[in-house]
Design a protein around this ligand. Structure first.
Ligand code: SF4
Length: 378
């Protein structure tokens, strides 16, 4: 099976592209794109960015450049709602998806594999602490339901990262997640290690926290030094310690750290572990497609299509099937084949058509209508 085939053949060998969108998503990938392509301008419709530039590349609104596209390919460097809005507007102007434009998330794995035989991913998460100081009823990593204490040492996490980069050439974004990642007390050492060894192979690092722990001075220094984003989930009145979270935000912003405060979170009840779903084989394929989970995971020397499935097994609640994940040490025995296998799994190609845990999990797609209030505590 071909790895993706969303781009028309005339994307092959292109030397020039036009990124559309210069927000947070673009910050993950723009330096990689600048390194590998000529970029005449970046499109962004924010009036505050009009006339500014990034490393000498002008940032201009669509209306100012729409007559200068000249058959060049557009890579939309935004996601979710923002992406659909831009895609709709491009289609309304006669541009076709896959031929004239595509999304960065699709572009990165397909173009680099087809043109350079490189294994490039858009996003991956790594759990640094399978422990949390909150007890969210609908935690999609099932943290309150873990049957045993799981701890990672710095050496475990370094080895995990090393195995990953034996196969993966570049990743636009690595998220350090938990549990609560700030409960891992050697986070700054991990950051230093990854930056020292893989600096030019990662676009952006983000730490995802509930904001209840103010980072130490040393960690804050590492965050600042390497321009790491801190994403803070704001559960509003449900938060067990919102005042502390506000203190953390004020502290980080005062230190000049880029914080991404997420207050409009949308959570769905996936059913598991209390009332697991039971999709049949036929439903499962559609269900997994509808979910289109965005949570590739690297944990315990393995690569997972969905980190939620990894966590369900780590919690001692299920046993995954061997083809639900890839063992990176195995992939490294034949790196070229390993890259291809990893890209395929990352795109959701499973021989049986789905991942086993999807049978029990309600997922996060439109077929799961059970919206719940985020952050409700057990
Ligand atoms: S339905 Fe499958 S892919 Fe979606 S979140 Fe659940 S386990 Fe992950």
């Amino acid at each position: 099976m071909e790895i993706r085939n969303k781009l028309s053949d005339d994307w092959n060998g292109i030397k020039e592209i036009i990124p559309y969108g210069f927000g947070w998503e673009a910050s993950r990938c723009i330096d990689k794109l600048i390194k590998d392509f000529s970029i005449p301008f970046i499109i962004d419709n924010d009036p505050l960015k009009k006339g500014t530039d990034y490393k000498g590349i002008p940032i201009l609104p669509w209306d100012a450049v729409k007559d200068s596209i000249n058959c060049r390919k557009i890579v939309v460097t935004t996601r979710y709602r923002q992406y659909y809005k831009i895609a709709k507007s491009l289609e309304a102007e006669g541009y076709a998806y896959g031929t004239d434009f595509c999304n960065i998330k699709e572009f990165i794995p397909e173009w680099y594999w087809k043109n350079k035989k490189e294994c490039c991913l858009y996003t991956v998460d790594m759990t640094v602490s399978a422990k949390c100081n909150f007890k969210c009823k609908n935690c999609n990593m099932f943290m309150p339901y873990y049957k045993t204490n799981v701890r990672y040492s710095l050496e475990d996490l370094k080895a995990n990262i090393d195995q990953f980069f034996k196969i993966v050439d570049y990743v636009c974004y690595i998220g350090f997640i938990g549990g609560e990642p700030l409960l891992f007390t050697q986070l700054e050492e991990l950051i230093e290690y990854v930056k020292l060894n893989y600096l030019d192979r990662v676009g952006n690092f983000t730490i995802h926290t509930n904001g209840s722990i103010v980072p130490s001075k040393q960690l804050t220094n590492a965050i600042k030094k390497y321009n790491i984003t801190v994403a803070i989930s704001d559960y509003g009145v449900q938060s067990p310690c919102r005042d502390k979270m506000l203190d953390t935000i004020a502290y980080l912003q005062g230190q000049g750290v880029y914080t991404d405060v997420r207050s409009s979170l949308e959570w769905r009840d996936v059913g598991f572990p209390e009332s697991p779903c039971d999709f049949n084989d036929e439903e499962l394929r559609k269900h997994m497609k509808s979910c289109s989970a965005d949570w590739r995971g690297i944990n315990d020397g393995k690569f997972y299509y969905c980190n939620i499935a990894w966590s369900a097994e780590k919690a001692g609640l299920v046993m995954l099937e061997p083809d639900d994940y890839l063992v990176m040490e195995e992939l490294a025995k034949d790196v070229s084949k390993g890259k291809e296998s990893l890209l395929k799994l990352s795109e959701g190609y499973f021989d049986k058509g789905y991942m086993s845990f999807c049978r029990k999990c309600g997922g996060c797609g439109m077929d799961n209508t059970k919206l719940v209030v985020p952050g409700v505590q057990l």
